[in-house]
Every structure is written in C-alpha cells, then in structure tokens.
Design a binder for this molecule. Structure first.
Ligand code: NAD
Length: 259
C-alpha cells in the first residue's frame, strides 16, 4: 500500500480567513497526513477565526502575516526557524484586488489597483519563497504551492485585473522554479475551478460562473475542497518530487474546452 506520510515534516500555510478558505482545506489535509503546520492570519479582524480553526490542529504555530509587510515576513520566518528549524512546504493561497478595480473593465484599471493586486497576489509568492529558502535548504529541499485561476490564461468576464495578476503569478511560478530548483525546492500552482469563498464573493458575476462551470465542465460539476487539498498534498509529498514549474488544473476539466 502506498500512503502519504508527512510526519516529521513542517509547513507554512498562508491564506486562511475562515472555514471555507482553500488554505484551510489544504491545511487540514496536510495535518491529517501528519505534518506540523504554521498557520497565519492577515490581520486582527481575522485572528479570532483563524486561532479557532488552527486550534483544532495538533500543535500548530499561529502567527500574524500581512504579505505586504516585510517586517512581518521576517518575524514569521524567524519563528519558523526557532520552532521548526526547517520548512518542508509552503502553501500560498492569497489574493486581493480593490473591489472598484475588480468590477471595472481591465482597460479602466487604476494604477494603484494594479499595483496592489500585483503586490499581494503575485509578488508575495516571490517574497515568501525567498524567506522560505534557507529553511527549506535545512530540510534538504521543499515544495511551494500557490493557487491560481483560468482567468490568467483566457479572458473570463468579471475577472479583470485579477486575471492579469494571476498571469504574473503563473509566470512567477516558472521563474521561481528555475531559481530554486538547484536547492531541490519545487514551485507549482494549482489552477482551481470556482469555489464559494470569501475572495470569490468579490468577483462580479461569480454565481453565474459557478453555474456555467457546472453545466459545461467535462465532469459536469464543480470541484470540491478535498480534490484541491489532495492535489496540494500530492505536490508536497515525495510522490510529486519530479514536478516543478507547473500549473496543474483541478477544475473538472473545464480548461480543455474550446467552444
Ligand atoms: P479566501 O478569501 O478564503 O482566501 C484569500 C486569503 O488571502 C484570505 O485568507 C486573506 O486574508 C488573504 N490575504 C489577502 N490579502 C492579504 C495580505 N495582504 N496578506 C496576507 N494575506 C492576505 O479565498 P480563497 O478562494 O480560498 O482564495 C485562496 C486563493 O485561491 C487565492 O489566491 C484565490 O485567487 C485562489 N483561487 C480561488 C478560487 C475560487 O473560486 N475561490 C479559484 C481559483 C483560485
């Protein structure tokens, strides 16, 4: 029998806001496989929620982390160094664009909205990967997994500035994979089908996207959290050891469709 056993491994999961967060689904499955996790919360508004959730995992390290704040990144990784002394995987499930920019045609994106969406949704992957690198080297290598969406590849109505940020994120995955490969650190993205989360509610017309997906995807349904989390688990495990720089679609096949 082949089983995935991550006992003795440690991971950092960034992007838990509530129980619907993709990051939370992934954290639960990594913990089920035996990993010890650090879980972060973006700000005080989310702290209570995240502490309650992370408190259900065994021995999680819980810390604040706003990815736009270099001092917080430094503090979080210093804590990981102290507590874990190594890092085996990093899950980056973070994105943001100002609502007024998300709901505009891309051509009307403000300079500031573009900057913010790129900084939080794409640059943060590089910033966290850089900080993770020394601790992953201590572990003899590592796996970094980020979350993306089909709107990076093709025009999806309503996705606007976030589609461009996800395109940058997917390119960042490839460049980071090449930079970090010599240290045996792998970097991949999961391109997820639509999920009802806090972030998704900010996308104009999201419910219509869900319905369309269910009707048209080859599997004629949405994906569920366990399917996304299982793919992240696979990528974080030795079974994924040959895969880096990839965007893996977990979308019930939606991306293969033409007309
Ligand atoms: P979510 O709202 O639960 O998670 C988004 C997270 O980003 C939140 O935890 C929020 O606190 C965090 N975040 C935003 N700005 C931050 C900052 N400055 N510093 C630190 N954290 C910050 O929604 P989700 O759908 O689980 O989103 C997770 C990832 O999955 C995102 O990258 C999203 O684009 C991606 N994704 C979602 C879907 C979907 O349909 N929900 C589909 C494909 C990809």
């Amino acid at each position: 029998m082949i089983a995935i056993d991550l006992s003795g491994r440690t991971g950092l999961v960034v992007g838990v806001a509530d129980k619907h967060s993709i990051a939370w689904g992934i954290a639960q499955m990594l913990a089920e496989a035996g990993a010890r996790l650090a879980i972060t919360y973006q700000n005080e508004r989310l702290e209570k929620n995240v502490r309650e959730l992370a408190g259900t995992l065994s021995d999680a390290l819980i810390m604040p982390l706003d990815v736009t704040d270099d001092a917080q990144i430094e503090a979080a990784f210093a804590a990981i160094g102290r507590e874990f002394g190594r890092l085996d995987f990093l899950v980056h499930a973070v994105a943001f664009a100002p609502r007024e920019d998300l709901s505009r045609d891309f051509v009307d994106t403000s300079r500031e909205g573009y900057r913010i969406s790129q900084e939080i949704s794409a640059y943060s992957l590089a910033a966290l990967a850089r900080a993770a690198r020394p601790w992953m080297k201590e572990a003899g290598g590592g796996s970094i997994v980020t979350m993306t969406y089909y709107g990076a590849e093709k025009v999806v109505a309503g996705y606007n500035v976030m589609g461009v940020a996800k395109a940058a994120l997917e390119a960042a995955v490839r460049y980071l994979a090449n930079d970090l490969g010599p240290d045996n650190i792998r970097v991949n993205a999961i391109s997820a089908g639509p999920m009802k989360t806090l972030a998704a509610r900010g996308i104009p017309g999201f419910m219509g996207m869900l319905k369309h997906h269910e009707e048209k995807a080859p599997l004629r349904r949405r994906v569920d959290m366990r399917e996304l989390a299982g793919t992240a688990l696979f990528l974080c495990s030795p079974l994924g050891s040959g895969i880096t720089g990839e965007v893996i679609h977990v979308d019930a096949g939606y991306n293969i469709l033409g007309l």
